[in-house]
Write a protein that binds this ligand. Sequence first.
Ligand code: NDP
Length: 382
Amino acid sequence: MTKAISILGSTGSVGVQALSVCQSLELNVVALTANKNIDLIEKQAREFCPEIISVSKETDAIELSKRLAGTRIDVLYGSDGLNAAATISSADTVLTAIVGIAGLWPTLAAIAASKKIALANKETLVAGGRLVIDEAQKYSVDIIPVDSEHSAIFQSLQGNSISEIERIIITASGGPFRGFSKKQLTKVTVEDALINPNWVMGNKITIDSATLMNKGFEVIEAAYLFGIPAGKIECIVHPQSIIHSMVEYCDSSIIAQMGLPNMMLPIQYALTYPKRSINKLERANFEKISSLTFEKPDTDVFPCLRLAYDALKEGGNATAIINSANEAAVELFLNNQITFVDIPFVIEKALNKCTHITNPQFEDIILTDIESREFVRKEFKK
Ligand code: NDP
């Protein structure tokens, strides 16, 4: 069980909920980081009194230092600050809740410092894949999933053996455009895409949920986290989001983890594992949940899921290519520079055109990130 925690990305959707969990579990919060939301991190710093906080820019750090004068909190910035938060000696656990590939480097630093990882940042395993798992093994570090689907799989695995798994079934809400035709998708706006039927999340993951790239990333994350090949991982659309994922075993038994959709539970489980802890979360009432339904995801209308499987099957840096192409494309979409249907189109192009590397090392992933983003930006400058 976690006692002292560093939270990377404390001002985001997962970060804010994680702090609430820390409060109810009475954990010692020793470090917090943000990108640029200095008002919120100041408020969090005053409330939780960590040893250090870190933000991206030096100017923001100077401003925060002035605001927090008289406290004992050290204000840091940039990659050194992030690194300090990821490796701080007083933390036994680092919760990685930064969005995007920016979360990869501090996660690797935390692993090398032998911290237990509570992993929310799915891009870490999508881009870093084998490298991250190898590092975790090298330093004997546990990676406990925070993502609700992986937490469900992890919980369904307790007491069972990975070698007995027949298949993993990852559930998906289907996002706001479930049932849409290709033609209907050409007209959707950023505002439409930013509404998720069941989960309140940061903007990037909400768009990923709408394109089904989020589900694709979860397939990749599950493959690396649990050591399961792509052919044994299935996705099913389950609009009620009550079953968070399932594991089928060799004897045909299926074990599922269920509950009302609320990220507080998987965050809490990652911090209390291997124990459970009482909380005040709303309980599921099966008389009110009249039906649980399932449907096949439409990869013709939502090609991102197929692209994720393609990249996973190929291996090497292919998943890093789609990760960075997706980040660049989602950013352009959020800025109204491309349409929703341009997102899978350009990711597929990047997957076909960027340099493929069989056994990528740390530097290869950095170069892949640069090349893939650059490719997407150039495509839309034409
Ligand atoms: P948000 O966008 O809400 O928060 C992101 C956090 O990362 C913020 O604290 C932000 O700081 C910080 N940040 C952003 N960019 C950088 C950067 N370049 N360097 C350092 N810090 C940065 O994201 P979410 O909380 O929704 O998601 C976080 C991660 O967890 C993602 O990888 C997502 O896929 C995953 N996840 C999220 C779930 C959810 O329910 N939200 C569920 C499962 C997984 P600032 O606020 O200052 O910008």
